[in-house]
Design a protein around this ligand. Structure first.
Ligand code: F6P
Length: 358
């Protein structure tokens, strides 16, 4: 191959730029040109390309987000028809043609499950693709951890530490809401590392009475405050998840949100302790990557372009137990959820008196 393309798509996270840098440096070293596709699948379909030089990627690994931009709902085989609202068409073949016209012979696609599902379709349509998983949710089977997860933990922990000092001053309960969709990894790891008293996960519905009893117990023990780490998709037993919006043309249509406000009001009413909600939101995705995400992104970027140039496309790369691995594109999406019975952090948390609300 003489020219390849790289694209980042889906919700952004920290560590994406280290992938781009690793790909460009390796390609340059091997005499291969790299074209960046801008704004994810929008740029793929609308043919928004830009050449990436060594200069373009100098020191970008320390920057958050992605220098290529991203979009998290467009799908190339279900793409809105211009001027015809509600109508969609398959743009995979003509988008591949667009890349071929500028000499692109293979692609590296960095994204979550939705993005990599479209990458599989592009690969099957004839453009060789290697996929790289990224998401703060850490819910992809292809890699453990995924790019962005470690930085999101750092971001959430930093925020919760700050909330602890104000909660202490005012003798308050603070309910923090963490991202992660249906997977509790981010909430469990950040909650545990930041010293949360109660951790509520999507994998285990909570009992509101138990949560309130725990709040009372902590406040009566002499501790001045309670921190609750609640996953955005956690829910009370017998109740529904709190959904903030439906993005109908997105791969993942549900956007969770609202559990912190709901739970904080219920706790205040049931216990009498003043409570405040705090949605950590997109702060978890933003900012500079931590070093382990830079390392992971760089390793996976280098591994992916190596496979592509060796004509071994059709894989998603990742790490398992800190070793590089690859797997074929899966045909279905199964998010990786926490196995509460076999997780040492869960076990330690319970043993340390942290409540899971059950
Ligand atoms: O999948 C990554 C993620 O940040 C989830 O944790 C969160 O639920 C979702 O994306 C938010 O999406 P958006 O950026 O569209 O609000």
């Amino acid at each position: 191959m003489k020219k390849i393309a790289i694209m980042t798509a889906g919700g952004d996270c920290a560590g994406l730029n280290s992938v781009i840098r690793a790909v460009v440096l390796t390609a340059h070293h091997r005499g291969v040109e790299v074209v960046g596709i801008e704004d994810g699948y929008i740029g793929f379909v609308e043919r928004k390309y830009k050449p990436l030089t060594l200069n373009d990627v100098d020191s970008i690994e320390t920057k958050g987000g992605t220098i290529l931009g991203s979009s998290n709902k467009e799908c190339p085989f279900h793409y809105p028809v211009k001027g015809k609202e509600g109508e969609y068409e398959d743009r995979v073949q003509d988008s591949i043609e667009g890349l071929r016209e500028i000499g692109v012979e293979g692609m590296i696609v960095v994204g979550g499950d939705g993005t990599l599902d479209s990458a599989r379709v592009i690969h099957e349509a004839g453009m060789p693709v290697v996929g790289i998983p990224k998401t703060i949710d850490n819910d992809m089977v292809a890699s453990e951890p995924t790019i962005g997860f470690q930085t999101a933990i750092e971001n959430a922990v930093e925020a919760i530490r700050k909330l602890k000092t104000t909660a202490y001053s005012h003798r308050r309960v603070i309910v923090t809401e963490l991202m992660g969709r249906t997977s509790g990894y981010l909430t469990l790891y950040a909650g545990f590392a930041s010293g949360a008293d109660i951790i509520l996960l999507p994998e285990q519905d909570y009992n509101l009475k138990v949560v309130c009893q725990k709040v009372e117990e902590i406040m009566q023990s002499g501790k001045r405050y309670v921190i609750i780490a609640a996953a955005e998709a956690c829910k009370e037993q017998g109740k529904e998840e709190t959904i903030s919006r439906i993005v109908s043309d997105s791969f993942e249509q549900k956007r969770y949100g609202g559990i912190a406000a709901k739970l904080s009001a219920e706790i205040e009413e049931m216990t009498g302790y003043e409570s405040r909600p705090m949605v950590l939101g997109h702060l978890q995705r933003g900012g500079e990557p931590c070093t382990s995400d830079i390392l992971l992104g760089t390793r996976l970027g280098h591994y992916a372009i190596g496979l592509l140039l060796d004509k071994k496309a059709g894989y998603i790369v990742g790490t398992k137990e800190n070793t590089l691995v690859k797997m074929e594109f899966p045909k279905t999406r199964e998010p990786r959820l926490l196995d509460l019975e076999n997780n040492d952090i869960c076990e330690a948390a319970k043993d340390m008196g942290i409540s899971f609300g059950v």
